[in-house]
Write a protein that binds this ligand. Structure first.
Ligand code: NAD
Length: 424
C-alpha cells in the first residue's frame, strides 16, 4: 500500500501534464502502488534568491530553482533554463522528463532541471556572468560531478556553462570540468556537444522517414525555435537534403515554400540576436507555422505549443518533438485519434543532448578526449538502440510511441527503486 501526501509546491499546467503522462504509463504497465508515487514525485528542490548588481548600480534579486527528480540510478542530470516564464512547477516537470529520458536511452543518471526567472536578452554580458556565477555559488551544496551535473537549456549556452564551471572549480580549489556539461571546448567541452541535440533530432527524423518510405530529398520541414536546438536541427536536415520551408523564434516567423537559406538566417541571428526583420523569407506568425503543410514539423522552443486548438489543424506527416513537452495531453489524444501523424516523442527525439553531455562527463572524468567522429558515431549507436527498444515496446504492447518510450523509461527507474529498497 502507498499513500501520498503532497503540497501544491509544483502546481502548474506543465507539471500536471507530466504527472498525467506518468499516470497513463504507470497504469499501462500496472506499476504497483507501493512504488508508483515514490517514482513519480521529485525527490528534492532548492529555491534561491540571486542578488545581482546591474551595470547601472541597481541591485536586482532574481529567483532560481533546482529540482532533482530522482537519484536512484546515478547522479542527476539536466539543463538550466533562463527564461522570464520559469516556474518551480515547470522545472519539476522538466526534471521528471529528464529521468525518463536518461533511463530510456540507458544513461547512468537520474533526472534534474534548473531555472532562473529572467529574460537573458535583457542583461548585459557582465550582468549575465554575475547571475550565472551566483546561481552556481548558491547551488553548490546540491551540485557536483557525483551528485548533479547541469547543462545548457533554453536561454543558456556554453559560455554560461564555462562561468559556472569556473565558479565551482574556484569553490573546491581545483579544476573540476565534470561539474557541468555543454562547456566551451577550451574548458573541457566535448566535440559535437553544441550540435548534439539537433544532430540527434535530424538523425531520428531521417530514420523515421526511411521507415515511412519518404525520401529526405523531397521532404519539407517547418521548425519553431531557432536557438541551439532549432538551428542545429535545421542545418543538419538541410545538409541531408531536406527543404526547410519555415523557421521562427520568439520575435518572428518566416516561410518560403522553395526553402530558406539556413546559413543566411544563422548569420543574421548572430549579428542581430533575433530573427526579427530577417529578409530571407515571407513573414508569418508562429501559430501559422505550426499549421503549414509539411513533411516534418519540429517544435524546438517551449512547452505546450501543440494544443487541442491546433492539433486538428496540423498538416505534417511526422512530428519531431525537439522541445520538451511541446504537446499537451489533450492534443496528444487528438493526434492519436487522427492516426495520420507519426510522433517522435520528446524523451527520445531530443535525447542526443544528454547523450553527448554524458560523453563529455566521461571524457572529463577520464581526462581522455574523443574526436567528433567518435562522438557522433557513439551517439548514433545509442539512438539506434533506444529507437529499436521503443519500436519493439510499441509493437509488443500495442502502445502509442509516446507511451512505449515513457513506459520503458519509467519501468527502469521503478525497478531500480524497488531493488534499492526503502532507506529506513
Ligand atoms: P535556446 O535558448 O538556444 O533557443 C530557444 C529558441 O526558441 C530561441 O530561438 C527563442 O527565440 C525561441 N522561442 C522561445 N520562446 C518561443 C515561442 N514562444 N515561440 C517561438 N519561439 C520561441 O534553447 P534551446 O537550447 O534550443 O532549447 C529549445 C528546446 O529544446 C527547449 O524545450 C529545451 O528544453 C529543449 N532541449 C534543449 C537541449 C539542449 O541541449 N540545449 C536538449 C534537449 C532539449
Amino acid at each position: 500500500m502507498s499513500k501520498v501526501i503532497v503540497s501544491s509546491l509544483y502546481e502548474s499546467d506543465v507539471f500536471r501534464q507530466a504527472c498525467r503522462q506518468f499516470d497513463q504509463a504507470a497504469d499501462a504497465i500496472n506499476l504497483p502502488d507501493a512504488i508508483r508515487d515514490r517514482t513519480k514525485y521529485p525527490r528534492r528542490c532548492l529555491a534561491v534568491a540571486l542578488p545581482i548588481k546591474h551595470d547601472n548600480g541597481l541591485v536586482v534579486v532574481y529567483e532560481g530553482y533546482r529540482v532533482q527528480h530522482q537519484l536512484s540510478t546515478g547522479p542527476s542530470k539536466g539543463g538550466i533554463r533562463f527564461h522570464q516564464n520559469v516556474t518551480l512547477g515547470e522545472v519539476a516537470a522538466l526534471a521528471m522528463w529528464m529521468s525518463w529520458k536518461c533511463s530510456l536511452v540507458g544513461l547512468p543518471y537520474g533526472g534534474a532541471k534548473g531555472g532562473v526567472i529572467v529574460n537573458p536578452l535583457s542583461l548585459s554580458e557582465a550582468e549575465l556572468e554575475r547571475l550565472s556565477r551566483r546561481y552556481m555559488q548558491e547551488m553548490i551544496p546540491l551540485l557536483g560531478p557525483r551528485i548533479d551535473i547541469p547543462a545548457p537549456d533554453l536561454g543558456t549556452n556554453d559560455r554560461i556553462m564555462g562561468w559556472m564551471m569556473d565558479t565551482y572549480s574556484n569553490h573546491v580549489g581545483y579544476h573540476e570540468p565534470a561539474c557541468v556539461t555543454g562547456k566551451p571546448l577550451s574548458l573541457g567541452g566535448s566535440e559535437g556537444r553544441r550540435e548534439a541535440t539537433g544532430q540527434g533530432v535530424a538523425y531520428l527524423v531521417k530514420s523515421y522517414l526511411h521507415d515511412l518510405n519518404i525520401p529526405l530529398a523531397g521532404a519539407t520541414v517547418a521548425i519553431q525555435g531557432f536557438g541551439n536546438v532549432g538551428a542545429e536541427t535545421a542545418l543538419a536536415l538541410a545538409d541531408m537534403g531536406a527543404t526547410i520551408i519555415a523557421i521562427s523564434d520568439h520575435t518572428a516567423a518566416f516561410h518560403d515554400p522553395a526553402g530558406i537559406n539556413i546559413r543566411k538566417a544563422l548569420a543574421y541571428v548572430q549579428s542581430n540576436r533575433v530573427l526579427q526583420d530577417f529578409d530571407g523569407a515571407t513573414p508569418i506568425t508562429n501559430e501559422t507555422l505550426l499549421e503549414l503543410p509539411c513533411t516534418v514539423l519540429v517544435p524546438a522552443a517551449v512547452e505546450r505549443v501543440i494544443t487541442e486548438h491546433n492539433a486538428p489543424k496540423l498538416r505534417c506527416r511526422l512530428l519531431a518533438e525537439a522541445a520538451n513537452g511541446p504537446t499537451t495531453n489533450e492534443a496528444d489524444k487528438i493526434l492519436e485519434d487522427r492516426g495520420d501523424i507519426e510522433i517522435i516523442p520528446d524523451v527520445l527525439c531530443n535525447s542526443g543532448g544528454v547523450i553527448v553531455s554524458y560523453f563529455e562527463w566521461l571524457q572529463n572524468l577520464q581526462h581522455f578526449y574523443w574526436s567528433r567522429d567518435e562522438v557522433i558515431a557513439k551517439l548514433h549507436v545509442i539512438l539506434d538502440r533506444a529507437k529499436s527498444s521503443v519500436e519493439y515496446q510499441k509493437r509488443k504492447m500495442k502502445f502509442s510511441r509516446r507511451l512505449a518510450a515513457l513506459t520503458l523509461g519509467i519501468q527502469r527507474v521503478a525497478t531500480a527503486k524497488h531493488q534499492r529498497g526503502l532507506f529506513p
